[in-house]
Unconditional design. Structure first.
Length: 227
């Protein structure tokens, strides 16, 4: 009878991939919440920058675990390397959230947070590219179709977020149209802008987490079926 024992090295790499996906899955909302709280409230002040650093390290740990899978695939490796580079940038910039909370008048700290926001946006954008490359290597056609569909949707939503935030920053400085508006209209435009940014920012995060969870389940099913 033919021996159907799976390759131990492949199983180890799949195990690390699953652990990495789990770390990224839990690290995404944890990092968002902790970084937001570090910048705006005093609740985490006794711990200083440690929670934000640990949350970003969790994301990097997950990416490094995932890098042991299919090392010979260049598109997969390139996407992972870009995500790790952006993760390192986020790790280096997250202490400015704590410092800005204590010295909000420092424009240097505010500019650093501005860069951190865009770096986090590009990190999530590139994480979707990582998932797309991963889906192309996994033997599940349904998962591959879902990943291709929803990662493309996420990239469009994140691009819309970027367009809105750039317009909100630069358009009032280029024209006098905003100053001529009624304050009531300005208030509701600002509300609509905030709601749009929340939707365009949190929706891709939720969809990305759902894709990560589904990918991890497909990996578990393939491992157990192989056994």
């Amino acid at each position: 009878m033919e021996n159907l024992t799976p390759d131990p090295q492949l199983l180890r790499s799949l195990g690390k991939l699953a652990r990495g996906l789990s770390a990224v899955f839990w690290g995404l909302p944890t990092t968002l919440i902790i970084c937001a709280e570090t910048a705006r409230v005093e609740f985490l002040e006794p711990f200083e920058v440690i929670p934000a650093l640990l949350a970003n390290c969790l994301l990097l740990y997950g990416l490094w675990q995932m890098s042991s899978f299919q090392k010979q695939e260049r598109p997969w490796r390139n996407a992972l390397d870009r995500a790790k580079l952006l993760g390192l940038i986020n790790l280096g910039l997250c202490p400015f959230l704590f410092w800005f909370n204590h010295m909000p008048g420092q424009t240097y700290f505010r500019d650093a947070i501005f860069v951190l926001v865009f770096s986090g946006l590009f990190f999530l954008f590139n994480l979707n590219v990582v998932l797309k490359q991963l889906g192309a290597m996994l033997p599940d056609e349904t998962l591959r179709h879902d990943i291709n569909l929803f990662t493309a949707l996420n990239r469009w939503l994140l691009s819309g977020w970027l367009i809105i935030i750039v317009a909100a920053i630069f358009l009032p400085q280029l024209t006098n149209f905003w100053a001529q508006l009624n304050p009531f209209v300005q208030f509701w435009i600002a509300r609509a802008e905030a709601a749009s940014l929340l939707f365009l920012g949190l929706s891709p995060l939720a969809v990305t987490m759902a894709l990560i969870w589904k990918t991890k389940e497909v990996i578990f099913d393939s491992v157990f079926s192989a056994k």
